[in-house]
Write a protein that binds this ligand. Structure first.
Ligand SMILES: Nc1nc2c(ncn2[C@@H]2O[C@H](COP(=O)(O)OP(=O)(O)OP(=O)(O)O)[C@@H](O)[C@H]2O)c(=O)[nH]1
Ligand SMILES: [Mg+2]
Length: 447
């Protein structure tokens, strides 16, 4: 897969971007191209009006073709979504053999390379076909369009494959879902870590998790509930080990066990959001959003070292996207990360910007440096505060069955006190309401 390509084999790629404002930003698209295993050999940018036929103006198209020839590049990646006509016109204007990709197609390629499990592979194929279908219809001539209902026509075949993939995915049990369902019944709270790509989500998960990963304890848990994608042969996916910033390090959701205030928690890392991509693409592949919707608490990680306007936009978009999944602000712990890169004044400024969006004291964002371990205790406390909690006092006869129940309480809740007074045991614990209720009923049965 592309991530394992060695330096010498790297594809040479020119990135191209157009925007109304100057300077034209290419840092993110460069990072995406590098994540796909390519070397960025040049960038060509255009500010100002577009040409709808070729996306760029004529001068830029000529410059792009020249740059490709000079740098001996194999690919051009355009930082936007191209329509089929634009794609064709641009590719035709490039030296022979040059491939033109848009941002959407590049991300699909990244997902294809990262899909480890059978489920993920099917999901990414579905995402690609959904992307291709309208393009196929648009580029089809009339004769072809008349045949869309006929077996054997390209449009019919793609539709048919989409139908079949949707059905297959519906039927395919999701091991991660089943695993989580079981764990929830056993008293685990579910915490999802969400946010833009490169915000520091995986690094945070690593810091919050207990030493043992689920993969170590549950070998049969399924491909999604592991520390690494099953076919990970590339560089370490461990965010803490990464030297520079990388995008889309995490291409499958990963779940680990953590203990917060004595409560067992399952923390799930998710695929990052990225700007200018329909969220359904990422969703169809990674179920990032449904993970967030199903969680008790969502930790939203935002890169506070981004320039002010990007920071503000990303915070807004993240909260909005979570809102569409029914995750209200009071279920979210907002962590403003990478403050080690900021001066005191800049930190204050970021806090002020965030407070405009999240004014209530209960949802106040926390400035953190996951790398340096700053304020992680506050993040843990904030998560625990938001977990559904019930407190119970259980009185048990001092017998063997009662001891088994005490040990179950220790496993599944936070035990505040246990008092033995000869014939009785009194236990005070806090935990998930359903779990506490089950303990209470078990205690009653022992009376
Ligand atoms: N300076 C600084 N860098 C950090 C901090 N936290 C994470 N990073 C770096 O940011 C980069 C991205 O971190 P990840 O944890 O991989 O980010 P992610 O959100 O999981 O990214 P994706 O998986 O791509 O969505 C890595 O190089 C981390 O070392 C921090 O507190 N300060
Ligand atoms: Mg990650």
């Amino acid at each position: 897969m592309s991530r394992t390509r060695t330096r010498t084999e790297r594809r040479r790629t020119v990135v191209a971007n157009r925007s109304q404002t100057t300077p034209v930003e290419t840092s993110e698209i460069r990072a995406l191209v590098r994540a796909a295993g390519d070397a960025v050999v040049a960038d060509v940018t255009q500010s100002g009006p577009d040409d709808s036929g070729t996306y760029f103006g004529r001068g830029t198209v000529a410059e792009l073709a020249e740059t490709v020839a000079e740098t001996d590049a194999q690919r051009v990646v355009v930082d936007d979504e191209l329509d089929p006509g634009q794609h064709h016109a641009l590719e035709s204007a490039m030296p022979d053999g040059t491939t033109v990709l848009d941002r959407y197609r590049l991300v699909l390629e990244l997902f294809e390379a990262g899909a480890g499990s059978r489920r993920a592979k099917l999901q990414v194929e579905l995402a690609r076909l959904r992307y291709e279908l309208p393009r196929l219809i648009e580029s089809a001539d009339e004769g072809l369009l008349n045949e869309v209902t006929e077996k054997g026509s390209p449009v019919y075949d793609v539709r048919d494959r989409i139908d079949r993939l949707e059905r297959k995915l519906d039927e395919l049990p999701n091991p991660a879902d089943q695993f989580r369902q079981r764990r929830r019944e056993e008293g685990f709270d579910l915490v999802t870590i969400a946010g833009y790509t490169n915000a520091g989500k995986s690094t945070l998960l690593h810091r919050l998790a207990d030493d043992m990963s689920l993969a170590d304890s549950e070998p049969s848990a399924g491909t999604n509930v592991t520390d690494e994608p099953t076919d990970a042969t590339g560089p370490s996916k461990d965010g803490t080990a990464a030297v520079g910033d990388r995008l889309f390090e995490t291409l499958e959701t990963t779940t680990r066990r953590a203990t917060l205030a004595g409560r067992p928690v399952l923390a799930t890392d998710t695929v990052g959001f990225v700007d200018d991509l329909p969220h359904d693409l990422i969703e169809s592949f990674s179920s990032t959003l449904s993970e967030a919707g199903a969680a008790d608490v969502v930790v939203l990680v935002v890169d506070a070292s981004d320039p002010e306007s990007r920071f503000r936009d990303r915070l807004d978009v993240s909260l909005e996207v979570l809102g569409t999944q029914g995750v209200d602000d009071d279920r979210i712990v907002t962590a403003l990360n990478k403050v080690d890169r900021l001066s005191g004044a800049e930190r204050t400024r970021r806090r002020e910007i965030a407070a405009e969006r999240l004014p209530s004291a209960a949802t106040r964002p926390i400035t953190v440096s996951v790398l340096e371990g700053t304020n992680l205790g506050t993040v843990r406390d904030a998560i625990v505060d938001r977990l559904p909690t019930e407190r119970a006092t259980l009185r048990l006869p001092n017998c063997d069955e009662a001891m088994a129940l005490v040990s179950r309480a220790y496993d599944r809740t936070h035990v505040e006190t246990v008092d033995y007074d000869g014939t009785d045991v009194t236990l005070v614990c806090r935990g998930r309401p359903a779990v506490v209720e089950r303990l209470r009923r078990a205690a009653e049965r022992l009376q």
